[in-house]
Design a binder for this molecule. Structure first.
Ligand code: ADP
Length: 626
């Protein structure tokens, strides 16, 4: 019989398992039981949908056998079983989760990986020298045995097996100084592990358990062996909340969703009425590694009366809550429901709405009760919420507007809009914001200085979606959002406005000359009062701000936009007198000055300069009075 090699990726994982110093070896049992349960699920599901399969739920079981003499631990199920080809395919290559695992960057943190991902079947090599998988597919005559002693490869040959299903026979490693493998031959250990990790498995996990009894009227001890069911079989989500500890929830979440961190929040709810369902939802503490890639698929597991009918039901979650993990169990959807029908299913829509409300409420509570954790959450997933506001022309803005946060000039910390408004000055009727790459860079923007100086708080928008989200919101609590770089800033008193208007009028010709110098790059040049110490800035008019121009033009489409910009010059800065003087006496110099001033304003905004060599030469010419 020919020995076959494992595929390269499998080999690495196997090596890892065999030489594992990972302390949590015991999880192998959970993994094997979970595979057995999945295999039974598959057959049970068929029995419900295919009348030819005459099996009842009560017929299914998982059995654990220990053989101290042979040093083996066997896990048997009467699930779907595997054909020869399936044994080859399923156990010769590692499954999806494993494949992903090696694409991950942190290859060096091998030990973490086991905790991070479900490694499934191969984890049994942490405790075994040799593994035999004896399997007979339901409805087939032939049975096969897959055997492997680890990385050297595996064999598959025909064998005898009476019933359909699968038996996994683990030949346990010998005890050594570091680890006592023989403990897995002890029924007490197994009982505890099943309770700890697999209690909610829907099918009975049985084992022969021996109890000692003292004989009456004598000191002799009698042994009785019974087959016992080790698990309660009630899924965690169907249990009463009072019976479930935080630790139960955490372990369930971490095992099921392959996270090595506890969830930030858990929502366990039971709803009866128009639509009945149990839901167990988790808000993760950190983003899954593929969260911000197109590979990430949102969705909740959907069960119909305890039977899994869909692993990722995306219709149960809005995009902006795509980070939520969990499951929904409802008697109101039928087992045979297809993905297409599900989309239009009224019950599913009602459940989705109700889940959305619950998640929102939970986030609001978190924000209220634990600011620090909410900020942690927001830094991880907040961008989703902002996209949620922006998408669909703002249909969900009311749901989300109190959940989003922005940095602000108020201690450069994150703030909600509600908090901003609560700190507003009495006469203030606008919410000011400024955009830039980082909080510190925005804090130094010339346009921001004056607004802050007048005692107003400024939101510092650092994410590219921020300004789009605010534009969709338009206002909060009847206060309009205003970019400090926009024409509508309107901070000056009537008197100041008059004066500025007059000054601008007087220098009208000079400004036209300057605009010409810039070859109409800007819509206008004018004096401003919005700057305190800085000489120039660039502001925008119309709907497209400078920041938006940057964002939209960075996108890989042909559609380019241009913000209508205005070069503003600080009226009370010495440069104002200088240019007036040049306009009278040296127009050639003014032309150079204008170009340099405009470049300065662009630099401050983080915009590129189209002609850096020319500008650099101009600066030198000015420096050397040429
Ligand atoms: P995963 O469970 O994550 O898919 P595993 O490595 O644990 O990965 O298992 C690989 C595959 O082997 C499973 O997807 C399943 O198809 C098959 N398998 C494992 N155990 C059993 C079993 N007891 N009965 C039937 N098929 C099984």
């Amino acid at each position: 019989m020919k020995k076959k090699e494992f595929k390269a990726e499998s080999k690495r994982l196997l090596d890892l398992m065999i030489n594992s110093i990972y302390t949590n070896k015991e999880i192998f049992l959970r993994e094997l039981i979970s595979n057995a349960s999945d295999a039974i699920d598959k057959l049970y599901y068929r029995s419900l949908t295919d009348r030819k399969v005459k099996l009842e739920k009560e017929d299914f079981f998982i059995k654990i056998d220990v053989d101290k003499e042979k040093n083996t631990l066997t896990i048997t199920d009467n699930g779907c079983g595997m054909t020869e080809a399936e044994l080859e395919e399923n156990l010769g290559t590692i499954a999806q989760s494993g494949t992903l695992l090696f694409k991950e960057e942190n290859k060096n943190k091998d030990m973490d990986i086991i905790g991070q991902f479900g490694v499934g079947f191969y984890s049994a090599f942490m405790v075994s020298d040799k593994i035999e998988v004896v399997s007979k597919k339901f409805g087939e005559d032939k049975a096969f045995v897959w055997e492997s002693s680890g990385a050297s490869g595996y064999t598959i040959e025909e064998t005898e097996k009476e019933d359909f299903g699968t038996s996994i026979i683990l030949h346990l490693k010998e005890d050594d100084e570091d680890y006592e493998y023989s403990k897995y031959l002890d029924s007490f250990t197994i009982e505890n592990l099943v309770k700890k990790y697999s209690d909610y498995i829907k099918y009975p996990i049985k084992m022969d358990v021996t109890h000692e009894h003292k004989k009456e009227d004598s000191d002799e001890v009698e042994e009785h062996t019974h087959e016992e069911t080790l698990n309660s079989m009630v899924p965690l989500w169907k249990k009463d909340k009072k019976e479930v500890t935080d630790e139960d929830y955490e372990r369930f979440y971490m095992d099921k969703f392959y996270d090595y961190e506890k969830p930030l929040r858990t929502i366990h709810s039971k709803v009866e009425g128009q639509c009945s369902y149990n839901a167990l939802l988790f808000i993760p503490g950190k983003a899954p590694f593929d969260f911000y890639t197109k590979d990430y698929e949102k969705g909740l597991e959907l069960y119909s009366n305890g039977v899994l009918i869909m692993e990722k039901c995306s219709d149960l979650l809005p995009d902006y809550f795509s980070f939520v993990k969990g499951l929904v169990d409802t008697p109101d959807v039928s087992l045979n429901i297809s993905r297409e029908i599900l989309q239009q299913n009224k019950q599913v829509q009602i459940i989705a709405k109700s889940i959305e409300t619950k998640v929102k409420k939970e986030l609001e509570n978190l924000l209220e009760e634990n600011r620090e954790e909410y900020e942690k959450f927001f830094k991880t997933f907040g961008i989703q919420l902002k996209f949620g506001i922006y998408n669909g022309y703002g249909v969900n803005k009311d749901t989300l507007k109190d959940l989003v946060m922005f940095y602000s000039s108020n201690e450069k910390a994150l703030t909600t809009l509600k908090e901003y408004v609560s700190r507003m000055k009495e006469e203030q009727d606008k919410i000011y914001y400024a955009c830039g790459e980082t909080v510190d860079k925005i804090d130094l923007l010339p346009q921001v200085e004056m607004v802050k100086d007048k005692g107003y708080e400024v939101l510092y928008l650092t994410e590219y979606v921020d300004e789009f989200a605010l534009q969709v919101l338009m206002e909060y609590d009847n206060k309009k959002f205003v970019n400090v770089s926009s024409e509508n800033l309107d901070l000056d008193s009537e008197e100041e406005k008059e004066e500025l208007k007059k000054n601008n009028e007087e220098s009208k010709d000079m400004f036209l000359f300057m605009k010409d110098s810039l070859k109409n790059e800007v819509k206008a040049v004018r004096f401003t009062k919005r700057l305190k110490n800085h000489p120039v800035c660039l502001t925008s008019e119309g709907n497209v701000s400078i920041e938006m121009e940057k964002v939209i033009n960075a996108m890989p489409t042909d559609e380019k936009v241009k913000a209508e910009t205005v070069l503003e010059i600080n009226e009370s800065h010495p440069i104002a007198d200088k240019i007036k003087d040049l306009y009278e006496n040296d127009k050639e110099a003014l032309d150079k000055y204008t170009k340099v001033l405009y470049s300065q304003a662009r630099l401050i905004e983080g915009l590129p300069i189209e002609n850096p060599t020319e500008i650099s030469n101009l600066i030198c010419e000015i420096m050397t009075d040429n």
